[in-house]
Design a protein around this ligand. Sequence first.
Ligand code: UFG
Length: 347
Amino acid sequence: MKNEQAILLTGGAGYIGSHTFVALHEAGFAPVILDDFSNSHPAVLDRLERITGRAPVLERGNVLDTAFVEAVLRRHRIAGVVHFAGSKAVGESVAQPLKYFGNNIGGAISLLRAMEAVFLGPGSWAPPTLVFSSSATVYGDPATVPITEDFPRSHTNPYGHTKLVIEDMLAAVRQAQPAWRVGVLRYFNPVGAHASGLIGEDPAGIPNNLMPYVTQVAVGLRPQLSVFGGDYPTPDGTGVRDYIHVDDLAAGHVAALRALSSGASFTVNLGTGQGYSVLQVVRAFEQASGRKVPYQVVARRAGDVAQCYADPSLAKRVLGWQARKGLEEMCADAWRWQSGNPKGYAT
Ligand code: UFG
């Protein structure tokens, strides 16, 4: 029997968490999901069982409950934590800043306190080991592209502000207690779905992000896509982003946990290094799905930047990881998920 290391995934029932669950399972880890289903669906558990052949271990609750998190860490003899849990809608963060500061910063503090008590307290069985979901949003409006990790950081909305504050908090904690092993992963634009079509992105309400909006138009849930801005200084005037297949992103978390087991902390970009415009994505999706995606170019969305794509070379050096899947596969997999589950997990 394998000696499987238990890894706690806060927010493990969410979009990136569920794909990382599969990747960790396949890599021989024993992932444990902590989720309160505030922005995810319990049906994901059954889907994960169908993919992995094993019923996921679930701890239902909220990271803000420090005593609960501490008990979970002990109960499963957790060796490492991946912290996905948090609120993630940029627009909502502007309207409800306290929700974001409370959930995201409060959640991180609660988790760190629980980890400190368990892993730096009596009877500890492992060093405190944490992988944190940060975001390319910490680069604000980058002066140039591609973006390397040493670019200046800034924020333009409360959501981005929380990511920046948590990054700083983690640095301070590491400085105070060098035993901490912390991997900060700055995600670019995760899209796509597991090749089975059983798990994927299931946004609540009107999607904020491009790919789920496109897939919902293609499946007939929405009449047309609004393309936010056609006058950016980009080749076709629409915004350019670094779309990364969620399976590649999930693999980045496995690589991060392996790298942390040798001790050194790091902050890396997880992107492909390739930028695509909104219209390039629409065309690639139409090709992959065989569906038309009607669109209209409208005004720019407040806070959007013209171009944002990664230099992913540090992740390759530090983690031995690089993205493998291209735009065509991202679109084909996103479409398989959406067409097989027109209303997401509630289908
Ligand atoms: N877009 C549209 N129409 C839509 C939705 C998006 O034209 O209906 C455009 C945007 O203007 C942008 C591109 O598609 O040019 C991508 O937009 P997304 O909303 O999918 O992604 P963003 O790059 O704006 O934001 C994403 C994450 C954030 C994160 C940010 C980091 O959603 O959480 O990347 O750069 F902070």
